[in-house]
Write a protein that binds this ligand. Structure first.
Ligand code: GLN
Length: 281
């Protein structure tokens, strides 16, 4: 007879306690907190086998989010699969900034007043950014694009499950958006250098490569997005991008070279300049 406490103790040899609790909670269909108050509960054979298999897969490097099928982002659960990047806490900074962006003429106000604003999320992946913005700004018209059909399917499902209404479009960055302009453009594009050893280590090995890597210096996607953005921004519109820990100076230059003004850069919780943006005058 194996109790919750004993199963968790056995898993501790291979995994941090918090991960073991998440996985066992998933197997039992209970929140991880439930385990703490039920640590003498006896587990049946099926649960033990499922838990052992998840512990082994996690110990082999598969990300917890793929094993349990979701990751929390901005207080909501987003379903994830190996076709999409796992939402990151850094990306919540991008959403925070977008929520504060006052594109006055289009009515993006914290109180929800004003005209309909047009928002675009490039490379939406799980849809975590676009769906969050659509839910936080129900009066805005949000478009989410991705080059991957599988990612769009995942993002659509998240939008449906969370009750967000937005437009999805399969597009390589702006390619299918000819002639369209937006008040707010956001993106968490791939930004890791192709030869970066991190890509071949840890959890990143399991995430979709096109969502992570972008050319020799990691800036290919960012260069394309910034160069094309002004033609898709409404007057006064803003562009905000997440980027790598060592790309702040390069991204600032690219934003300036594209003619954007009021360039701002923000640090993430780790103190790294992680999100940069500018405005079209
Ligand atoms: N926009 C998605 C996210 O932030 C996907 C980003 C990506 O795949 N590079 O999670």
């Amino acid at each position: 007879m194996t109790s919750v406490a004993a199963a968790l103790a056995a898993a501790r040899v291979k995994l941090p306690a918090s991960e073991a609790r998440l996985l066992l909670g998933h197997v039992l269909g209970r929140p991880a907190a439930w385990l703490i108050s039920h640590d003498d509960e006896v587990l049946d054979e099926d649960a033990l086998l499922s838990f052992a298999s998840l512990v082994a897969r996690r110990a082999g490097g598969e990300p917890v989010a793929y094993l349990v099928g979701y990751r929390e982002f901005f207080g909501r659960e987003f379903a994830v699969s190996p076709f999409v990047l796992i939402p990151r806490p850094e990306t919540e900074l991008l959403v925070d900034i977008a929520l504060k962006a006052k594109v006055m003429r289009s009515g993006i106000h914290a109180d929800g007043a004003g005209e309909t604003a047009k928002i675009l999320d490039l490379g939406t992946g799980s849809g975590c950014i676009a769906v969050t913005l659509a839910l936080e700004f129900p009066q805005a018209r949000v478009t989410a694009v991705d080059a991957s059909a599988e990612a769009l399917t995942a993002a659509r499902k998240n939008a449906e499950r969370l009750g967000a209404s937005l437009r999805f479009l399969q597009s390589d960055w702006f390619d299918q958006l000819v002639g369209e302009r937006f008040d707010l453009i956001v993106a968490n594009p791939p930004y890791i250098a192709a030869a970066d050893p991190h890509l071949a280590a840890g959890d990143l090995r399991h995430e979709p490569e096109p969502a992570l890597a972008s050319g020799a210096d990691g800036l290919d996607a960012i260069r394309r997005i910034i160069a094309a953005a002004p033609a898709h921004m409404a007057p006064g519109g803003q562009l905000w991008l997440e980027h790598g820990y060592d790309q702040a100076a390069a991204v600032r230059e690219l934003l300036a070279a594209a003619g954007l003004s009021d360039i701002e850069q923000h640090r993430d919780l780790a103190g790294i300049v992680r999100v940069s943006g500018g405005r079209l005058k």
